[in-house]
Design a binder for this molecule. Structure first.
Ligand code: PSU
Ligand code: MN
Length: 307
């Protein structure tokens, strides 16, 4: 990757640049989860502990965000702390990442925007919580996350705990298939559903260790397949919230959302926040546990890939 051609608005951390230049493992991390997905200070605590977990496994973490129009690839604790407290940060995807940079804005990058930046920098593996997908009622609202089309064209491994259970998961799987995105269950045949480790849906493919996933990526590279890979990593059983309980919270939150006529970008942050309140903070604890679990696996995949 010709890192010397990175655009002038990019600030890449030295540790990340060194690792990329030496073909050492790097794991990209998104920042919408910090700006819109979790309350302060849990968001920054999560961000810092995820970074240290990745280091412990022998990879370099690179959290991606836009701060005052600078595209950050890798952030220090001070910057993470600042980002975690900004009240009016944008939430940016493929459609508006260039807008945020050109206008000097501060923004959290979604899965889609983070994938774009990761690929530009030559980072192959990326950890998040859950990807965006086809929203319930999409047949009338047309609300389908740009994460899905990005996965269809950007060759990065995304490790997530499945699609968030607030989505229409069967339709999300269909769109991923249409987009040519392999969905790989990690040590599971059942599709993980974010707060719960499984669902009644089967996962299309299954792999059981990081080396197999890394080999899969290498073959896809040789075939010059341009889509990403979605690795669906179940939340650890100890941390999951029982399906019936989480379903009730989701239903309540969705009804409130309809009554308030919330749509577009605000949908996911609203639902996550309401489910957090309804569950007395338990959804957040589960969310943090699953992100950490994904970070560990992403680091292991990156380490295998560069062996
Ligand atoms: N995973 C989490 N919390 C989040 C998100 C993912 O655990 O907040 C964010 C991701 O950035 C994802 C976005 O890309 O939600 C999806 O938003 P939308 O549905 O508007 O595309
Ligand atoms: Mn949407």
């Amino acid at each position: 990757m010709p890192l010397n051609y990175l655009p002038s608005f990019v600030d890449i951390q030295e540790e990340v640049l060194n690792a990329l230049n030496k073909s050492m493992p790097v794991v990209a991390l998104e920042s919408t989860i910090i700006t819109h997905g979790m309350p302060f200070p849990s968001n920054v605590e999560m961000a810092l502990s995820v970074e240290s977990l990745i280091r412990d496994r022998g990879a370099v973490p690179a959290t991606i965000a836009v701060i005052d129009g600078r595209l950050k690839i890798g952030m220090n604790a001070l910057e993470l702390n600042k980002l975690a407290q900004i009240k009016d940060a944008m939430k940016i995807s493929r459609a508006d990442i260039a807008f945020a940079i050109s206008q000097g804005k501060t923004a959290g990058t979604t899965v889609a925007a983070t994938m774009i930046v990761a690929r530009m920098a030559g980072i192959r593996v990326f950890a998040t919580g859950g990807i965006g997908g086809v929203h319930m009622g999409a047949e009338t609202s047309f609300d389908i996350s740009a994460d899905l089309t990005e996965l269809g064209k950007t060759n990065v491994v995304v490790v997530a705990a499945g699609a968030k259970a607030i989505l229409d998961v069967p339709k999300t799987l269909e769109v991923l298939e249409t987009q040519g995105v392999p969905v790989v269950g990690y040590q599971t045949d059942s599709l993980p559903a974010f707060w719960t480790s499984g669902s009644d849906l089967e996962v299309p493919l299954r792999l059981d260790n990081a080396m197999q996933i890394s080999n899969f990526l290498k073959v896809r590279d040789e075939l010059q397949l341009t889509a990403g890979i979605l690795v669906a990593n179940p939340i650890p059983k100890l941390d999951e919230i029982p399906t019936a309980i989480i379903r009730a919270y989701i239903k309540t939150a969705q009804c409130e959302m309809e009554a308030k006529r919330i749509s577009g970008k605000a949908v996911t942050p609203f639902l996550l926040k309401r489910i957090f309140e309804l569950s007395d903070g338990k959804s957040l604890i589960a969310n943090i546990a699953l992100v950490k679990n994904n970070a560990r696996l992403a680091a292991d995949i990156a380490v295998q890939f560069y062996k």
